[in-house]
Design a protein around this ligand. Sequence first.
Ligand code: S3P
Length: 204
Amino acid sequence: MLEGTVHTTSQFRTCQGILPTRIVLTGFMGAGKSTIGPRLAQRLGWTFIDLDEEIVRAQQKSIAQIFDSIGEAGFRDLEKNALGNVLCQENIVLALGGGAIETAANRQRIQQDDLTLLLYLAAPLEVLIERCEQQQLHRKAVRRPILEKRAELTERFQRRRPLYEMADWTIDTTGKTLDEMVHIIMSQWNKASWKLTHEQAKKV
Ligand code: S3P
């Protein structure tokens, strides 16, 4: 992965000459999905949706309360249903929870949809844990039940990483400010959408 650039595994996946209307952010806890998402949405003039917040609102319970009452498997079911509901919307930047990528149905839904661009916000595990701890320290984050199971974190991260890496675009977020990350993503977006428009014009 090149520093300061977006690693792309696909030009926009769509071959229909249509720009994606959804950007879905994935990555482990602490990746910056909920921080970068609103800024990207603002730049695009789109709506930002946080999948965890959708679940919390619908259930009237915090994520930790949901884990306590129905366990991780129950939470994953709610997450899958919530994703199905929001992916019908257009012009959205959607932040997934860090574990949503582990559900095969979620991956299929995203990957089979030409209008959805999956963007992976990458960082090494120690950086991610440090960010989560800082957020917790400054009370900027809600309780994360998965983070509390420290002994399992490395294994979870390693299990998820190849799934995150199936994303269309990957950005290494290590050592980058919010502004830098938004700038890098928007440059890539503008470049790709310009190319698409240009190719369309050539066909006419
Ligand atoms: C989870 C990550 C959380 C939230 C839930 C489970 C995970 O979201 O969905 O606590 O399994 O990694 P964030 O990645 O936004 O912290």
